[in-house]
Design a protein around this ligand. Structure first.
Ligand code: TXE
Length: 498
């Protein structure tokens, strides 16, 4: 059942209820493949955000706060089952929301239950420690407690997968959530809330407020009732979010952009490396934070790699993201299309050589959607803007290099540090490069692989903190130190006990 509560307007999800606030402003939801408006969402006010935070606080102080770790885990397993039951429906909504391929979103939705099951398994393993003290009469231990209400601000490119990175550990640790999804892709998050109902979560544990970043996002990140903000989006907005969180002493997790180097050495297996390079930049139309947008290619194979890339890129099928044979859908929204288009001129005027693409496809059927051709620039120098700024689209820059040292220097000459790829058949070189690269993830002879088991996050301007992996759960707990004197004595009241 759809959650549109008023005409085709999707309501906010607060305290277990969908509702459209009286006099609510709305925002259109556009299908980027057709340019058509297919729904509207509420453009929430600061008061709506406050209502959601209060609902989450009530749940935290009430039914959810009283839930045992084992019960939390069981609910999370049921949540995973509920997602599985609605996976195809949710994947289709995401495609309509952001234009990514059904084969991509289908694969993401299939994987998402794994995140909730993995962290469900940790819910009853959040342990404090007993600490051996120098004074034997002391009995000291730590408790690991949830933070309370956490606020998530998510982007449009993979809304439910990115949500899983933070929601799964947050729930396992016993927190309540207020989510502000991107105004460009909110419907899947609203529909996803139904899975919480199906699983039997208490009301208020998970809330969704839709709307703009400037109002709803800002209100959430500034709300004094929110103990932690997890944000995924652009580096510029991330810095604003961190400043807003600092105003009320909330912790932050930031997963920001990238300009990931994808390095191919002459000793690489090119039959694997070429599809690897393509997946790094043209999968999802390059609209991923881990896009391998800088291909660093060793001079001996520079011409061959260009030729083979060009051959395959020219055959990429652009079109309806719902069709199984489509390989690239549209850009997710109009501002994103305009941004990608603008970088073609930027690259040309900086002297990069356009090898293929560079514009919107001429096919009549694609004119109304936000489609853009897979584009390659060669002879790029790392100083050029096309090699320094995140485009978040299907534009690959090819940069030649001579040896390991030069590859490493170019790879690290960036403000970002999220992903990186190395293609080589020399294990020693792979290890040397993996050690030398300043990025949160290094893929060797593979690319764009992600799992709930592996920490994920950025160096430098690519973010703060790590998502996924066992340690991610620590970010959603706080430590309480308990000191117990088993043989109280009247000590010196004017000297600290050290
Ligand atoms: O991002 P924003 P946008 C990058 C990518 C893209 C660019 C712009 O380069 O071209 O960002 O995309 C909310 N307080 N990435 O404009 O602004 C906003 O409503 C609180 C990289 O979509 O970062 C949305 O929910 N929240 C990326 C979210 O922040 C605010 C994924 C992201 O929006 C806010 C997406 C504010 N002041 C874009 N302003 C990745 N790392 O994967 C905006 N928001």
């Amino acid at each position: 059942m759809a959650v549109a509560v008023k005409g085709n307007t999707y309501g906010l999800y607060i305290d277990g209820e969908y509702g459209v606030p009286r006099d609510a402003k709305t925002l259109p939801v556009i299908n980027p493949a057709t340019g058509e408006e297919w729904a509207t969402i509420v453009d929430a006010s600061a008061a709506d955000v406050d209502a959601a935070v209060r609902a989450a606080q009530r749940a935290f102080e009430g039914a959810w706060g009283a839930t045992t770790p084992g019960a939390r885990a069981r609910l999370m397993h049921k949540l995973a089952d509920a997602i599985e039951a609605r996976a195809s429906e949710l994947a289709e909504i995401e495609v309509r929301d952001n234009g990514k391929l059904l084969r991509e979103m289908g694969a993401q939705l299939k994987a998402i239950p794994g995140w909730y099951r993995y962290f469900a398994g940790l819910a009853d393993k959040i342990e404090g420690e007993t600490i051996p003290m120098e004074r034997p009469t002391l009995f000291n231990f730590t408790l690991r407690e949830p933070l309370g209400v956490v606020g998530f601000v998510t982007p449009w490119n993979s809304p439910l997968l990115i949500l899983a990175f933070t929601a799964a550990p947050a729930l396992a640790a016993g927190n309540c959530i207020v989510l502000k999804p991107s105004e460009f892709a909110s419907v899947s998050s609203l529909e996803f809330a139904k899975c919480f109902e199906a699983a039997g979560f208490p009301k208020g544990v998970f809330n969704v407020v839709t709307g703009s970043g400037a109002v709803a996002g800002d209100a959430l990140t500034r709300h004094a009732g929110v103990a932690r903000i997890a944000f995924t989006g652009s580096a510029a907005t991330g810095a604003r979010v961190a400043a807003a969180a600092a105003g009320h002493y909330a912790s932050v997790g930031l997963e920001l952009g990238g300009k990931s180097p994808h390095i191919v050495f002459a000793d690489a297996n090119l039959d694997a490396a070429i599809p690897g390079l393509l997946s790094g930049i043209f999968a999802a139309g390059g609209q991923t934070c881990i896009a391998g947008s800088r291909a660093l290619v060793q001079r001996e194979i520079y011409d061959e790699v260009q030729r083979r890339l060009l051959e395959r890129t020219r055959s990429i099928k652009i079109g309806d993201p719902f069709l199984a044979e489509t390989e690239m859908g549209p850009m997710a929204n109009e501002p994103q299309l305009k941004k990608v288009e603008s970088y073609v001129e930027v690259a040309k005027s900086d002297g990069a050589r356009l090898v293929t693409g560079g514009g919107r496809p001429s096919t009549a059927a694609l004119q109304r959607g936000y489609f853009f051709e897979p584009t390659i620039f060669a002879d790029v120098r790392n100083e050029m803007r096309i090699a320094r700024e995140e485009v978040f689209g299907p534009i690959l820059s090819i940069i030649p290099f001579s040896d390991e040292a030069e590859a490493l220097r170019i790879a690290n000459d960036t403000m970002y540090g999220l992903g990186s790829g190395i293609w080589t058949s020399d294990i020693g070189r792979a290890i040397r490069m993996a050690r030398g690269i300043k990025a949160g993830t290094v893929w060797v002879n593979t690319y764009r692989a992600i799992s709930y088991q592996m920490p994920f996050g950025g160096y430098k301007a690519s973010g703060i903190g790590r998502e996924n992996g066992i340690e991610a759960i620590r970010d959603y707990t706080q430590t309480k130190s308990v000191w117990i004197e088993t043989e109280p004595v009247a000590g010196d009241p004017f000297a600290i006990k050290v």
